[in-house]
Ligand binder design. Structure first.
Ligand SMILES: O=C(O)CCC(=O)C(=O)O
Ligand SMILES: [Fe+2]
Length: 333
């Protein structure tokens, strides 16, 4: 189909050079147990205490024990989610050449469309997916686009942004610091949405390579196909999909700010042999100048102070030099 990126053609030498079914790493990503993530009903937040406090405690516990959880009754209606999904399908169905021309095509910044892994030297380094990376500041300028019906995108982005903010504040409060830090330091121009599409893939591959998110907190909406996996107690597990829920994960910056109380865990997406899969992630990020330091006064800091700008630069440098992100271990005291 001419909307699919030319994966086979571009990576044919990698396919020829690898016998994927014999590789241990593929066995590890395909034969994993499926688990249901802790599920938190957010209607409890509008009840009186003690139920409201119990709900906040459940959120903090999940962020500490799992780094990942799902929320239901999150306030984003099925209608908003379905419209968002319809738009994603429509935009990914455009011819590949149009998607590459991203800026003219959708009124979003040049380079917002990405696919595959240009630096991959073997199949295990390849991400079998395509994505639009859309800064929140571009979302309001999508209005003129005929392809991306902006009201749905805008509606989804606004609601998901306020949910992310609310959860960040609860987590800050529960780490012992009733804080406006996230309100003051989260900046629309650095927050972004990523629309992901994972085309069917004849052999099991990563749709998205294992990684941690370099933000405060991520909100993920995924369809019913499944493919999200994460590390729990040192083992890869598959996440049971739930299209009614939004999935929340802690990013590196929150782990550092909470002095390792909340966990930014490795996760990845794996492909499906017959079905395409869609997801959309919202990344809550601070301004580049924001300094991240431990909020805890009674325990020595695990990480040294660093700015978000410094963190991003270090990640980019490591990816360039070593082919992968090192992340927080770089900033240990
Ligand atoms: O699509 C997924 O399930 C994971 C997406 C993700 O981890 C990301 O976009 O950072
Ligand atoms: Fe991620």
């Amino acid at each position: 189909m001419d909307s699919d990126p030319p994966f086979h053609e571009t990576y044919k030498t990698l396919f020829a050079a690898t016998k994927p079914l014999n590789n241990d790493w593929l066995a590890a990503v395909t034969a994993v147990e499926e688990l249901e993530l802790p599920s938190i009903d957010l209607t409890r937040l509008s009840l009186e205490s003690p139920e409201k406090e119990r709900c906040k405690n459940d959120i903090a516990r999940a962020a500490n024990e799992w780094g990942f959880f799902q929320v239901v009754n999150h306030g984003i209606s099925r209608d908003v989610l379905e419209k968002m999904r319809d738009e994603k399908v429509k935009v990914f169905k455009q011819p590949f050449q149009h998607k590459c021309r991203g800026d003219k095509f959708m009124n979003v910044s040049a380079g917002s469309y990405r696919w595959g892994t240009p630096t991959a030297t073997c199949l295990r380094q390849l991400s079998w997916s395509e994505a639009f990376h859309i800064p929140m500041t571009d979302i309001s300028s999508l209005g003129d686009s005929s392809t991306f019906s902006s009201p749905s995108l805008h509606q989804f982005a606004t609601k998901v942004a306020s949910l992310a903010q609310k959860l960040a504040e609860i987590l800050a409060e529960k780490s012992g610091k009733k804080s406006t830090f996230f309100q003051e330091n989260s900046l629309l121009s650095t927050c972004y949405l990523r629309l992901n599409r994972y085309p069917p893939c004849p052999i099991p591959l990563f749709g998205l390579m294992p990684h941690t998110d370099s933000d405060f907190l991520t909100v993920l909406y995924q369809d019913q196909v499944g493919g999200l996996q994460l590390v729990k107690d040192g083992k890869w597990v598959a996440v049971k999909p739930n299209p009614e829920a939004l999935f929340i994960n802690i990013g590196d910056l929150f782990q550092a700010w909470s002095n390792d109380c909340y966990k930014s865990v490795q996760h990845c997406a794996v492909t499906n042999p017959t079905k395409e899969r869609f997801s959309v992630a919202y990344f809550l990020c601070p301004s580049y100048d924001t300094v991240i330091e431990s909020c805890s006064s009674n325990k020595p800091s695990v990480y040294r102070r660093f700015s978000f700008k410094e963190y991003r630069q270090q990640v980019q440098e490591d990816v360039q030099n070593y082919g992968y992100k090192i992340g927080l271990p770089r900033f240990l005291v």
